[in-house]
Design a protein. Structure first.
Length: 199
């Protein structure tokens, strides 16, 4: 893969943008959000995190003419048959707030007992050089935790206030950004990606 100096981030999620920038800083890559270029989100029609990340990266490449980085991530809960999974961002509707999403998840898990509330954050990252790139780089990361019965903490985004980490004795929303960027599913996936880019 050729040396990259600029990448478009195929996301309009400000939380993701703020997390990605420090993670990619070691390579000196300028990260540009698709929102800043007026590129709209694409419909995610895949049935897996990797498929959706590929769709988003290809769309951003086509619209910008730049190499694109995309991730698709979400929460998988065994007690919900792996849900909300790829529908995590849409659990409460297309334009729902993070608080709405938290409340929707709590409603779905209302009858789940404490010993069955294990969950896993998944992240699939795709780096595509151009829309017809036949060998995009793909990396995945995971973070396991427990879904609380009420939110705690004000940091992060999405389900972070509900996602309790027994190893840290706090929710992801109670971590600082620097702490989160050491252990999160997104950080793990980016670390793998960086080994591909800078072996």
């Amino acid at each position: 893969m050729k040396v990259l100096s600029r990448l478009i981030l195929a996301s309009n999620n400000q939380g993701k943008i703020e997390e990605f920038q420090p993670l990619l800083a070691p390579l000196g890559i300028e990260l540009i959000s698709q929102a800043s270029l007026g590129i709209e989100s694409v419909e995610e029609t895949g049935l897996s995190f990797i498929e959706n990340a590929l769709i988003k990266a290809r769309h951003a490449c086509m619209r910008s003419g730049l190499p694109a980085l995309a991730d698709d991530s979400g929460l998988s809960v065994a007690a919900l048959n792996g849900g909300p999974g790829i529908y995590s961002a849409r659990i409460a509707g297309a334009d729902a707030s993070d608080e709405d999403k938290v409340q929707a998840l709590l409603q779905q898990m209302a009858a789940v007992p404490n010993d069955q509330r294990q969950g896993c954050y998944h992240c699939a990252i795709v780096l595509m050089q151009h829309p017809l790139d036949p060998i995009p780089l793909i990396a995945e990361g995971y973070l396991e935790g427990i879904i609380l019965e009420q939110p705690s903490g004000v940091g992060g985004f999405g389900f972070d206030p509900l996602f309790y980490l027994p190893t840290q004795k706090c929710t992801v929303a109670q971590l600082s950004l620097s702490e989160k960027n050491k252990i999160s599913h997104r950080a793990v996936a980016v670390a793998k990606l960086l080994t591909y880019l800078n072996p």
